[in-house]
Ligand binder design. Structure first.
Ligand SMILES: [Zn+2]
Ligand SMILES: [Zn+2]
Length: 473
């Protein structure tokens, strides 16, 4: 879905892709960064056709249907709020799959599946039991939306107040059933659903509400102000008119900050999909926090000293130092960790007890979530150690953009815990099921990879990922 804005420099109407963090005005060429894109924002869809036009068309249609003579007593434009959630959905399903045996009995095996798909949903943010329009569905994907602006929405327009708070919306977003393929034969015993990189916005959808009378009887007809279809819905106009007309923006309005490095003043590289922007002049990294840029400190792992740093591709990871509290025990060091996720080799207790648990969470832009999950599991199992440095020379290097902010990386680490459970390991599953992760430290680290055929291979430990599983440019 595109967001329509007025360029703050030249006031031309420009559009911004929903998941972009920066835009370039095609008219005046200025590059601007709308702030608050990581937070909730409010948008609206303008209606098509005026009250009078749509009202007349409605009367004509009713007349054609021989519904009798009706009188139009009034017409109102009403905006109803919907939550819109977009992100990546990860869903782990653990359970048993049953099969008929040759001798008429049944047998079962355990299964474990990961579903990782793009997620886009809209659902009502108001008490909508009496409404037919539950979801804006696919329609919303192709429409253009505007930042909430009561003036543009119409001074007289009525706005239904949202009464589904964000916390509830987040719960609802996660209530995504697991699509069962083989029906009754699969019994799901544990389902873990998580959204990564999700964005919540509140979108106001227009309806025309016509007050009609027929032989002295009054009634209301609601019309979808975009498709002009009559929708079933109950609404108390008098209640609504008593409420405020919501002049203020329900959630943050869009503001703009210059897309320049706060440290050196040079333009940041134009990377609309990045969430953390790396200055190629002074080498500092910045994350937009709603008002301004905040510096994100990072480290780099360099290839062997003799190697030419330019020959490598650097991929960003969040190195999260965590402790895990499971349903029985807590896991504070690597020895504990390997008690939970055993490795098939002899381990040195004394050494491992001194090392913390690290998760390396890929923070580049993902194309194939399931493959990236497998890759991250491989790193989590092996708990690699890297020699990190701070380098001034990082700015010219081929470095992938950072798409995942740290708080999202923590959620991703939680998913990884589930990804690491072997499918038949009921004990581990029980222990992880309600496990909490405590973040001790988080650090952004770029690791060097070298291209070999279709793979990118991490230089020091040879972790490999297919190039087409991520977006590099
Ligand atoms: Zn402009
Ligand atoms: Zn700079």
């Amino acid at each position: 879905m595109d967001i329509i804005l007025n360029c703050p420099q030249c006031s031309a109407e420009v559009s911004l892709e929903e998941d972009a963090s920066v835009f370039r005005c095609q008219y005046c060429d200025s590059v601007l960064m709308p702030t608050g894109r990581n937070e909730i924002q409010s948008f609206f869809f303008p209606p098509k056709g005026t009250k009078a036009q749509v009202g007349q068309a409605l009367l004509d249609a009713l007349a054609r249907k021989r519904m009798g003579r009706m009188q139009m007593e009034g017409a109102d434009l009403v905006y109803a709020p919907y939550w819109r959630v977009a992100g990546l959905l990860f869903q782990h399903a653990f359970g048993r799959i049953y099969e008929n045996t040759l001798y008429g009995g049944t047998a079962y095996d355990y299964f474990k599946k990961l579903r990782a798909v793009a997620y886009n949903r809209t659902f009502p943010a108001f008490a909508s039991d009496h409404w037919e329009v539950f979801s804006l569905g696919l329609r919303a994907e192709v429409m253009k939306m505007w930042p909430y602006n009561k003036e543009k929405m119409g001074k007289e327009a009525l706005v239904i107040e949202e009464d589904v708070p964000l916390e509830r919306a987040a719960e609802m977003a996660l209530q995504t059933p697991y699509p069962g393929g083989s029906g009754d034969r699969e019994k799901i015993e544990l389902l873990k659903t998580e959204l990564i990189g999700e964005r919540y916005s509140l979108v106001y959808f227009p309806f025309y509400c016509f007050s009609l009378t027929q032989e002295g009887k009054a009634f209301l007809l609601l019309v979808d102000a975009l498709s002009h279809k009559v929708v079933k819905g109950r609404l108390s106009l008098s209640e609504l008119k008593k409420q405020s007309t919501r002049e203020e923006v329900p959630y943050r309005p869009l503001h703009f900050i210059p897309f320049k490095c706060p440290n050196c003043g040079w333009d940041l590289p134009f990377r609309p999909k990045a969430r953390i922007h790396l200055c190629r002049t002074c080498g500092r990294a910045w994350q937009e926090t709603g008002e301004a840029f905040r510096e994100v400190s990072y480290n780099v792992v360099l290839p062997a000293e003799s190697a030419n740093p330019d020959a490598f591709t650097y991929l960003p990871f969040w190195r999260l130092t965590v402790t895990i509290s499971g349903s029985q025990n807590s896991y504070e060091n690597l020895w504990d960790f390997y008690e939970l996720f055993p490795l098939p080799r002899v381990l040195n207790k004394e050494m491992l007890e001194k090392r913390p648990i690290h998760f390396f969470i890929p923070s580049f832009r993902i194309r194939n979530a399931a493959a990236v999950d497998r890759f991250a599991v491989q790193m989590a199992r092996n708990q690699p150690e890297f020699h990190v440095t701070e380098t001034e020379e990082f700015r010219d290097i081929r470095a992938a953009d950072v798409w995942l902010p740290m708080d999202e990386a923590v959620e991703m680490a939680h998913i990884l815990l589930f990804s690491m459970i072997p499918k038949r390991a009921k004990k581990t599953r029980k222990e992880v099921q309600d496990a909490q992760l405590r973040l001790e430290e988080g650090r952004l680290i770029w690791l060097p990879f070298v291209e070999k055929g279709i793979f990118l291979r991490e230089v020091h430990h040879d972790f490999a990922i297919q190039k087409n599983c991520l977006e590099l440019d």
